[in-house]
Design a protein around this ligand. Structure first.
Ligand SMILES: [Zn+2]
Length: 167
């Protein structure tokens, strides 16, 4: 599946990665929309993120804490649950969700974590913890509107952002 990450300064790369396989406590979300944030632009303009601010895997692979490593982009996602692990309750295949990117065990989604949401399928680790999801969204709301609601929820007063939809 395709995933977007920072490349050289000012550029992004679209790369092929394996579709994640959710474990018993995880869920898999098919991304349907993702905001583009000023933070994404900052990472792109920097050409990555210092290893010291990235996930443990990237830190371990870097030659020094200051070395720039690629950022897998996208931290304002909305999507549809396509798989839930056996231990996950309160979440079902078909649910429309926005994802709280902040406390993924492998690092903040799209902000130095192992996973980013500008991708086709996003692994949600420890999905049995309901606070991982900002909210479950009515199926009647278009995903683009979900994304704007998400922005306003997390960043009151924020201007509307560019939203990329995946269909
Ligand atoms: Zn943001």
């Amino acid at each position: 599946m395709k995933s977007v990450r920072t490349g050289a300064v000012g550029k992004v790369e679209v790369v092929e990665i394996e579709r994640p396989v959710p474990g018993p406590g995880d869920a898999l979300v098919r991304i349907r929309a993702c905001g583009i944030c000023g933070t994404d632009v900052t990472f792109i303009n920097m050409g990555g993120i210092p290893a010291m601010a990235a996930n443990p895997v990237a830190r371990a692979a870097a030659a020094s804490p200051d070395q720039l490593v690629a950022v897998v982009l996208g931290h304002e996602p909305a999507g549809e649950v396509v798989a839930v692990g056996a231990d996950v309750t309160g979440l079902a295949v078909g649910d429309h969700v926005v994802v709280n990117p902040q406390d993924a065990p492998s690092g903040i989604i799209g902000c130095g974590g192992e996973w980013g949401a500008m991708t086709e399928y996003l692994l949600i680790e420890n999905a049995q913890h309901a606070d991982r999801f900002g909210q479950l969204i009515s199926h009647r709301i278009p995903f683009t509107d979900i994304e704007h609601a998400f922005d306003l929820t997390l960043t009151p007063g924020a201007a509307e952002k560019v939203v990329v939809t995946f269909d």
